[in-house]
Ligand binder design. Structure first.
Ligand code: CMP
Length: 147
């Protein structure tokens, strides 16, 4: 069954002009890019998006990184999208990915544990929350007309 996940090209990925190469990998891997937009996060929405990490030592640095420039957010669709996208991006630590997963997206464009250039939802539930966070569905015309 088709599943959706949220992918983000983080500020370093976008400013480093990796977008076309990443998009190529995405499409060649059989994903459909359902929706996408470029957005500049502010501290409030970045902290909200990463709320589960709010008590971590790296939180302040993470928020600074994620608000340092625009990001590209994408809804990616295919069978088992969450697991496949996680596999494609590789391990969180992009420095390690260059050694252990040289074909991964993080090996291609990431730098280290923090500056890892892309994000992927870690579960089906996270994907649903994260997609709703960025893409509020507008009601279909039918629903609006019904009264
Ligand atoms: P991601 O897994 O997409 O979402 C959480 C982000 O926090 C992660 O990518 C990294 O960018 C960052 N991160 C995770 N762990 C650490 C860490 N130990 N130190 C610094 N940044 C981290």
């Amino acid at each position: 069954e088709k599943e959706r996940t949220l992918g983000i090209i983080k500020p370093d990925g976008l400013s480093g002009n990796y977008t076309d190469r990443i998009r190529k990998v995405i499409l060649e891997s059989g994903f459909h890019i359902n929706k996408e937009m470029i957005i500049q996060l502010d501290e409030v929405n970045a902290a909200d998006f990463y709320a589960e990490h709010s008590s971590k030592s790296f939180f302040t640095s993470l928020i600074k990184y994620m608000t340092s420039g625009p990001v590209l957010v994408m809804i990616l669709e295919k069978e088992d999208a969450v697991a496949h996208w996680r596999h494609l991006i590789g391990p969180t630590d992009a420095g390690k990915a260059k050694i252990t997963h040289p074909q991964s997206i993080r090996a291609m464009c990431g730098v280290d544990l923090e500056k890892n250039c892309v994000h992927g939802s870690d579960s089906h539930q996270s994907a649903q929350r994260e997609i709703a966070f960025f893409f509020k569905e507008t009601p279909p015309d039918e629903a609006v007309r019904k009264h």
